[in-house]
Write a protein that binds this ligand. Sequence first.
Ligand SMILES: CSC[C@H](NC(=O)[C@H](Cc1ccccc1)OC(=O)N1CCC(N)CC1)C(=O)N[C@@H](CC1CCCCC1)[C@@H](O)COc1ccncc1
Length: 333
Amino acid sequence: AKGSVVTTPINSEDEAYDAPVSIGTPAQPFNLDFDTGSSDLWVFSSLTPSNERNGQNIYTASRSSTAKQLSGESWKISYGDGSSSSGLVYSDVVTIGGLTAAGQAVEAASRVSQSFTSESATDGLVGLAFSSINTVSPDQQTTFFDTVKPSLASPVFTADLKHQAPGTYNFGFIDKSAFTGSITYTPVDNSQGFWGFTSTGFQVGNNDFQQESITGIADTGTTLLLLPDDVVNAYYSSVNNAQNDQSAGGFTVPCDTSLPDFSFGVGNNGAMITIPGSLMNLGPSGSGNSCFGGLQSSGTIGTNIFGDVALKAAFVVFDSGSQGQPQLGWASK
Ligand SMILES: CSC[C@H](NC(=O)[C@H](Cc1ccccc1)OC(=O)N1CCC(N)CC1)C(=O)N[C@@H](CC1CCCCC1)[C@@H](O)COc1ccncc1
């Protein structure tokens, strides 16, 4: 089996991407944030207090003839940005891009934190990291990808995110028309449950390539490219009037500045993914006429994060083991 679903930026800064998902019988429609940085599929629901809702679609298990509550099971998750949600668990039919997972764990929110309430475009998340970090307790559940994997032509999914345009998540196949050149694969360390890999280094504009192992995660649920301070300083030192503005939350640049490209190395054959300078500007920072940089310090997070700013420049293959061990494939487009 194969699936293909269109994913769309939620706002003009490409801060997150949503895709349509159907849950239940008859189908209840949702717009969910596909997140390769977590492993819970959760939705706003009839259990979510009305003062925590803001127009989101809600899942009502009692209206689905295929819903079954997993008794005694609950979930509770908190994300790197401090947001959180929790609730009860049902199994139900979940359909994404023509691909159906029967008996998928659907985590119904009985509470959500303020940033979820205020993000009215998003009805919840589809976690696409490894099932080893799914938060359902006492019986951990599988992600949508792991649930449908046995039925897939190949145990892979791909992310093709775009700047201010619809992109695509495909399941079970690689669309050769979606990228240029070849795909460079690199091993994945999934010991922490993430799609972890090590980049071989970086290049600012047309300067020399700086060899430096940069270990991080490929994370569609994170907006920014979050890298070590030496990389971030090397980039912004080449931008006139760039400044590290704590009130803005990081590096800002004058909005009318043309920014250098940023490239990062993948695999051991010298392949690089190049983010055009135009995509390194995330728009008005909220203070002065400065704009927020797409590359920021990974600082105290404990891992580097190749988020949407980086993924937007690539066609990315999340391969859970077509060749044995999990690997990430990177191609330009
Ligand atoms: C240091 S991981 C920060 C990251 N959350 C972000 O990237 C959010 C995404 C967002 C949310 C709502 C509206 C617009 C954008 O956006 C920002 O934080 N920003 C964007 C806008 C910018 N001006 C300020 C910074 C994050 O927790 N991701 C997790 C998924 C995310 C949770 C929040 C809802 C959307 C999905 C996940 O993949 C990574 O989980 C972890 C990473 C590291 N250890 C633990 C968990």
